[in-house]
Design a protein around this ligand. Structure first.
Ligand code: PMV
Length: 311
């Protein structure tokens, strides 16, 4: 065993297809090149220190704190020699913003504990272990966050199917936190109520989003970013008709387009949270338009990087 080990988990955004994916349409999710980094050393634990979130996590605590319990699951399944490790975590993303911070944390910790013992885990194992921690945070999690955090890249999701990696050039985007986020479950329930009340209309919107996802996958394949931006705009407009956007999210998308983005949309469950704007060559202008002085996170990033590419 070496005296230290490191690991990295990607943050994620949903590029197109949120909500419709719950109702059996495909979605595209993408890893950001930022995420969560973990460094493990072989004594002083079991402990996970996350200075940016101002928490020290105790994996051996017997209480009901979610972080303690989630990290406890990972330490229990780590190689025996790593179970007393101390892990220091550096996060590059905000928590509770819909950017998959909990899955990125879990992947980083799994990899750091394995690396400490000189073990190389395959992606399926990393994803399965991170999924166990995600269950603590999100109940029966869809698995989308753990898959992107561990695999990186751009992935096509369809419920019940293996995620498919979509070859892509780097996609330059701005991700901006616009508003406090509403729990995902609340927004998923809102769409379900609308579906029950107006089945034909809402199903037609899901079908339309499914078609946009297929067209976006083809546009990514051709590196046609102008078309991809147009499809993101169309997806945002469909999400507005599902009543999951807000005036603040709409305004932020409009501001990003005016500043030169090819397209912009809310990402994730909506009702608040983040937008993404595709802004090749205009990243800095779009980011400064969206930056405010209330500390909301705004980042320029590239989507579609594979695990450890250039990190
Ligand atoms: O806001 P997030 O990152 O939790 O994404 C939610 C995406 C939904 O499609 C609304 C729900 C889901 O489980 O896919």
């Amino acid at each position: 065993m070496s005296s230290s080990g490191t690991g990295f988990g990607h943050a994620k955004v949903i590029l197109l297809g949120e909500h419709a994916v719950v109702h059996d349409q495909p979605a595209l999710a993408a890893a950001l090149h930022v995420g969560v980094r973990a460094s493990a050393s072989d004594d002083g634990g079991p402990l996970v220190m996350i200075p940016q979130w101002k928490v020290d996590v105790r994996p051996d605590a017997k209480g009901d704190d979610d972080l303690d319990r989630a990290m406890g699951r990972l330490f229990e399944r780590a190689p025996t020699e790593a179970r007393g490790a101390r892990v220091v975590v550096e996060t590059q993303i905000p928590s509770r913003a819909g950017m998959g911070s909990s899955a990125a944390l879990s992947v980083a910790v799994v990899l750091a504990l394995a690396d400490l013992c000189g073990e190389t885990l395959d992606i399926a194992t990393v994803e399965r272990l991170a999924g166990l921690a995600e269950e603590v945070f999100h109940g029966r999690a869809s698995g989308i966050d753990a898959a992107v955090a561990s695999r990186g890249g751009v992935l096509r999701f369809l419920r019940g199917a293996e995620p498919v990696s979509i070859p892509s050039e780097d996609l330059p985007v701005v991700v901006a936190q616009v508003q406090p986020r509403v729990p995902t479950r609340q927004m998923v329930d809102r769409v379900k109520v609308a579906l029950e009340a107006r089945p034909a209309e809402i199903r037609a919107i899901f079908d339309e989003i499914g078609r946009l996802v297929a067209l976006a996958e083809a546009a990514i394949g051709r590196a046609d970013l102008i078309e991809l931006g147009r499809l993101m705009d169309a997806n945002h407009e469909a999400l507005c008709r599902l009543d999951v956007s807000t005036t603040a999210l709409d305004d932020a998308c409009d501001a990003a387009r005016r500043a030169g983005a090819f397209g912009a949309k809310l990402t994730g469950a909506g009702g608040g949270g983040c937008i993404i704007a595709l802004a090749p060559g205009r990243e800095d202008e779009v980011a400064s338009t969206l930056r405010r002085d209330d500390g909301c996170w705004v980042g320029v990033t590239r989507l579609g990087m594979k695990r450890n590419d250039g990190i």
